[in-house]
Design a protein around this ligand. Structure first.
Ligand code: B1N
Length: 826
C-alpha cells in the first residue's frame, strides 16, 4: 500500500489567505459555511465570533507548521517551559495584532455588516491560572515567540479555569468557569496522539545480568490528549506552540470493568480519570497538598517529557547529548515531579546507568522559585507519593541519599545541617520538600526579583547556596509590552509611537527616549488627554458591567491582585476608613478632600476564610461610604467582581495610583506593579519585590515609598511585635478600627467583622498596624502631589520612560544568558 499523497496539493506549502480585505471576507464567509454550517444571515453571534477567530487562525497556520518543521530540523537547543498555569487572556486581539490584520479584519467585517467590537466582547478568556505566576508564563511564551527562541510551553487544559467570582450581600460566591461551553476556536485537539500515563501499583526488583534493578508495575492509567495552541510572535512571522494536556479515561481500563458487568463502576472510573484535568486549583500561594493536585502535576509533566523525547528528537538520538538539546524550566515547584520522572525514563526505560542519567538530569532542569512564604513551599507526604508514584519515591530517596552523602563529605557529620538540607522532612509528617528536590536537581535556581533572589539565598536556602556556589541567580520578572501597552492602551501606544517610532514594542528600553518629552508641555497635555480618555473607557466598562458610576475628576487609586493577608488589602481599607472617619467626625471638610475612586479587584481562595471576610468588609465599607451624603461623593469604593486579564486591560491604563503595599519581604516580585508603571500610574509601595527595582529606576521623586524595610520587619519580629501598642498610640488608627468594631459597616452588628479586628489587634502577622502611620503619611503626600496635575503628569511620563527594563523580552534574554544558553533561531 502506498502512503504517498495522491494529490499534488498535499505536497505544496500550506496556503495562507491573501492579506487583503477581500481575501479576509472570502475566508470569513467560507468559515461560516464550512466550519459552522451557517450563512451570514443565519449566523448567531457565536457563529460569527468563531468564524472570525478561525479566519485569523487560518492566517497563522502556515507559519506555525513551518516553525514546527524548522525547529525539528534545526535540532537546536530549545526550552520546554513546564507550568501548571497559563493565564492567557483573550486571544483574538493579540493574534490580530501579531499578524497585522486588525484593520483588514475590521473593514472586512464591516463589509459584512458586522461590528468587530461586538464579536471581541464574546470571547471568554481562558483563565487557566490564578494570578501573577500564571500570567508570567503567558507573558513568557509571548516573548519566546517574539524573540524566535526555539521553545514549547507545556501545561494542563483545565476544563474549568479560575472560578467566576460573584458577590451576594457583599460576600464572595464562586461559580464554575465553563470557558469551553461554546467551543474554543484556538485549539487543535489530537486525540489520536494520546499518551498513556500511569499511576499507583507497586515496584518490584528483578535481576538483569547479575545486577538487581527496580521496576514499576503501575495500578491504573489515564490517557493524556494533547491540545495545541498557536502562540504568535509579534510581527516576526513566528508562531510557537503551547501544548496543554487533557485527561481522558483509557479504553482498556474501562473494558476490563465493563466485561465484569459493572457498568456503573466503569463509568465512575472514567469520571475519576477525567477529573485530573477538570479544574484548576484556585489557590494562589498556599497549596493544600491534595491528592488530585499531585495527580495533575505528574500527569502533565510525564506526558510532556514523553512528548519531547518522542517528537522533538531524531530517531536514534544519543541521549547523553540531551543537555545540548533541551532545558526544562520548572515554573515553581508544581512541575518538580518531572525530575524523578526523567530519571525513571532514562534509567528504567532507556536502560541508562544511574550516574550517567543523573549527570544529564542535572543539566536538563532549572528551577524558578516564586515565593518566600513558608506555607507556600510545596511538600508531599511520603505516604501519598508512595501510594501514587511508588517508583518515583524510590528515586527521590536515592537522589537524597547520594546528595546527603556528598553533604557529609563536605561538611562532616553535622546532623543538624543534614536534617535541614534533607529532601525528606521528618516532621510534622514524613514528606518530600519539592523546592529542595528542584534545587538539588536544577542546573540553576532563580528568584524573580533582586530582593527575592537575595532573600532566597540568605533565608530560605542558605545551606544550598553554600553547597552549590554559582547555582543561584536572579531573573527579574517582566510583562509583555504587546498586550499590556500596545493592545491595552492604544492611546498611549500611539503617543509613544509618534514620539519615538514603533520600535519600542520589541525593544522597550527605547522608552528612555520619552524622558525629554516629559519636559514638553504639549506632550504632557496629550498624555493627560490619553489618561482622561482611558478613564472614560473604564467608566463605560464599569457602568455596563456592574452599574457603577465613576465620578469625573477623581483620582483612580487601584489595588488589583489576589486577596491575601500578606498583600495587605486591609491596610488599604484602613486608609479608606480613616479618610471617611475624618470627614464624618468633622475633622476634615468634605470639600477639602481630593476626590478618589478606590478600585479593588481580588479573588480569594474559596477556603481562605480570612481573605473572604476582608472582601466582605471592603464591600461593606463601600456600601456605607458611597451612600453617606456627608462624604459628598468625594470618596468612592468600587469593587467590580471577577477581576481577570480582560478587566485588567481596562483598569491598568486608567489608573493614577498603583497600590503595591505588601509587607516587605513577602511579595516575591509582583508584575501588576510593572504594568501600572508602564502605563503611567505612580506607585505607592513598600520596599518589596520588584517595587525596589521600580523605585531605583524611576527615582524617589516619582514613587511614594513607605513602610518598614525587610531588615526592620525582622528586627521588630525578634523584639516582639505587639500590634495593640500601635493601636493605642495612633488616634487615627484607633478611630478607624473602633469604627469597624462598632458595627458601622455591618448595620450595628459587632460580630461580623470582629474576627478581622481581633486578628489585627492581637496577631497581625503581616504588620498592618506597624506600617499604618507611615502609609497614611505617604497617602497625604500623594494628595499633595496630585494637586499639581502638571507635575503629576510629568512624573507619570518619567515612570513610563524609565520602566523599559520590565519587558518580559528582557526577562527572557536574562534566562537565555544566565540559564538556558539557547541561541535564537534565525
Ligand atoms: O508569582 C509571581 C510573583 O510576581 C508574585 O510575587 C508571586 O506571589 C507569584 C501556588 C503560586 N508565587 N507563588 C504562586 C501560585 C499558585 C499556586 O498554586 C503558588 N504565585 C506566586 C510571578 O513570579
Amino acid at each position: 500500500v502506498s502512503s504517498k499523497p495522491s494529490h499534488a496539493l498535499a505536497l505544496a506549502p500550506v496556503p495562507t489567505p491573501p492579506s487583503t480585505v477581500d481575501g479576509f471576507v472570502k475566508q470569513f464567509l467560507e468559515n461560516l459555511n464550512l466550519e459552522r454550517g451557517v450563512t451570514l444571515s443565519t449566523a448567531s453571534p457565536n457563529d460569527r465570533y468563531i468564524a472570525l477567530a478561525t479566519t485569523v487562525r487560518d492566517f497563522l497556520v502556515a507559519r506555525w507548521l513551518e516553525d514546527i518543521r524548522r525547529q525539528k530540523e534545526a535540532q537546536a537547543k530549545g526550552v520546554c517551559y513546564l507550568s501548571a498555569e497559563y493565564l492567557l487572556g483573550r486571544q483574538l486581539d493579540n493574534n490580530l495584532l501579531a499578524t497585522r490584520l486588525t484593520d483588514i479584519a475590521t473593514e472586512a467585517l464591516a463589509a459584512c455588516g458586522i461590528d468587530i467590537d461586538e464579536l471581541r466582547a464574546l470571547e471568554v478568556e481562558p483563565g487557566l491560572g490564578n494570578g501573577g505566576l500564571g500570567r508570567l508564563a503567558a507573558c513568557f511564551i509571548d516573548s519566546l515567540a517574539t524573540m524566535s527562541v526555539p521553545s514549547i510551553g507545556y501545561g494542563i487544559r483545565y476544563e474549568y479555569g479560575i472560578f467566576r467570582q460573584t458577590f451576594v450581600d457583599g460576600q464572595q460566591v464562586e461559580q464554575p468557569d465553563a470557558w469551553l461551553t461554546l467551543g474554543s476556536p484556538w485549539e487543535f485537539a489530537h486525540p489520536e496522539a494520546a499518551q498513556t500515563i500511569s499511576f499507583g501499583g507497586y515496584t518490584e526488583t528483578f535481576d538483569e545480568g547479575g545486577v538487581t534493578r527496580s521496576r514499576w508495575v503501575p495500578g491504573w492509567n489515564v490517557q493524556a490528549v494533547p491540545y495545541n495552541y498557536m502562540v504568535s510572535g509579534y510581527h516576526n512571522g513566528r508562531v510557537n506552540t503551547l501544548r496543554l494536556w487533557r485527561a481522558v479515561a483509557t479504553d482498556a481500563f474501562d473494558l476490563r470493568i465493563f466485561n465484569s458487568g459493572d457498568y456503573e463502576k466503569a463509568v465512575r472510573a472514567q469520571t475519576y480519570a477525567e477529573n485530573i484535568s477538570k479544574v484548576l486549583y484556585p489557590e494562589d500561594s498556599t497549596p493544600q497538598g491534595k491528592e488530585l493536585r499531585l495527580q495533575q502535576q505528574y500527569f502533565f509533566v510525564a506526558a510532556s517529557i514523553r512528548d519531547f523525547l518522542d517528537h522533538m528528537l531524531t530517531p536514534g538520538f544519543d541521549l547523553s547529548k540531551l543537555p545540548d538539546r533541551v532545558i526544562f524550566q520548572l515554573n515553581d515547584t508544581h512541575p518538580v515531579i518531572a525530575v524523578p520522572e526523567f530519571m525513571r525514563v532514562l534509567v528504567d526505560e532507556e536502560h541508562m546507568e544511574w550516574d550517567a542519567a543523573w549527570e544529564i538530569t542535572q543539566q536538563c532542569f532549572a528551577y524558578t522559585c516564586h515565593t518566600l512564604l513558608p506555607e507556600a513551599l510545596e511538600v508531599w507526604s511520603v505516604e501519598l507519593l508512595g501510594r501514587l508514584l511508588p517508583r518515583h519515591l524510590e528515586i527521590i530517596y536515592r537522589i537524597n541519599d547520594e546528595f546527603l552523602a556528598a553533604v557529609r563529605e563536605r561538611f562532616g557529620d553535622d546532623e543538624m545541617r543534614i536534617r535541614n538540607m534533607s529532601i525528606i522532612a521528618e516532621s510534622p509528617e514524613r514528606s518530600v520538600r519539592m523546592a529542595y528536590l528542584a534545587t538539588v536537581a536544577g542546573a540553576k535556581v532563580n528568584g524573580v526579583a533582586e530582593l527575592h533572589s537575595q532573600l532566597l539565598r540568605e533565608k530560605v536556602l542558605p545551606d544550598f547556596d553554600e553547597f552549590y556556589p554559582g547555582k543561584f541567580t536572579n531573573v527579574t520578572n517582566g510583562v509583555t509590552p504587546r498586550r499590556f501597552l500596545r493592545l491595552a492602551n492604544p492611546g498611549l501606544a500611539g503617543l509613544i509611537t509618534d514620539a519615538l517610532g514603533a520600535g519600542w514594542t520589541v525593544d522597550l528600553e527605547r522608552l528612555r527616549g520619552l524622558e525629554s518629552f516629559a519636559e514638553d508641555p504639549e506632550f504632557r497635555a496629550r498624555f493627560a488627554e490619553v489618561k482622561a480618555a482611558n478613564k472614560r473607557v473604564l467608566s463605560d466598562v464599569l457602568r455596563a458591567r456592574d452599574g457603577f458610576e465613576v465620578s469625573d475628576g477623581h483620582m483612580l487609586d487601584v489595588m488589583v491582585k489576589r486577596l491575601h493577608e500578606y498583600k495587605r488589602q486591609m491596610l488599604k481599607v484602613l486608609h479608606i476608613v480613616t479618610s471617611y472617619e475624618r470627614i464624618v467626625s468633622g475633622r476634615v471638610r468634605a470639600e477639602d478632600v481630593q476626590g478618589r475612586a478606590f478600585i479593588f479587584g481580588a479573588k480569594a481562595a474559596p477556603g481562605y476564610v480570612m481573605a473572604k471576610r476582608i472582601i466582605h468588609l471592603i464591600n461593606a465599607v463601600g456600601e456605607v461610604v458611597n451612600n453617606d451624603p456627608r462624604v459628598e461623593g468625594r470618596l468612592q469604593v468600587l469593587f467590580p467582581p471577577n477581576y481577570n486579564v480582560t478587566l485588567a486591560e481596562r483598569v491598568i491604563p486608567a489608573a493614577d495610583l498603583s497600590e503595591q503595599i505588601s509587607l516587605a519581604g513577602k511579595e516575591a516580585s509582583g508584575t501588576g506593579n510593572m504594568k501600572f508603571a508602564l502605563n503611567g500610574a505612580l506607585t505607592i509601595g513598600t520596599d518589596d519585590g520588584a517595587n525596589v527595582e521600580i523605585r531605583e529606576l524611576v527615582g524617589d521623586d516619582n514613587f511614594f515609598l513607605f513602610g518598614m524595610t525587610e531588615p526592620e520587619v525582622e528586627e521588630l519580629w525578634t523584639r516582639g511585635y505587639k500590634p495593640a501598642e500601635f493601636y493605642q498610640q495612633d488616634e487615627d488608627l484607633r478611630r478607624a478600627i473602633d469604627l469597624i468594631a462598632s458595627g458601622a459597616f455591618s448595620n450595628g452588628d459587632r460580630t461580623v467583622f470582629e474576627p478581622i479586628v481581633s486578628n489585627l489587634l492581637y496577631d497581625d502577622r503581616f504588620m498592618v498596624l506597624a506600617d499604618y502611620a507611615s502609609y497614611i503619611r505617604a497617602q497625604d503626600r500623594v494628595d499633595a502631589a496630585y494637586a499639581d496635575q502638571d507635575a503629576w503628569t510629568k512624573a507619570a511620563i518619567l515612570n513610563i520612560a524609565r520602566c523599559g527594563f520590565f519587558s518580559s523580552d528582557r526577562s527572557i534574554r536574562d534566562y537565555i544568558d544566565r540559564i538556558w544558553h539557547t541561541p535564537p533561531m534565525l
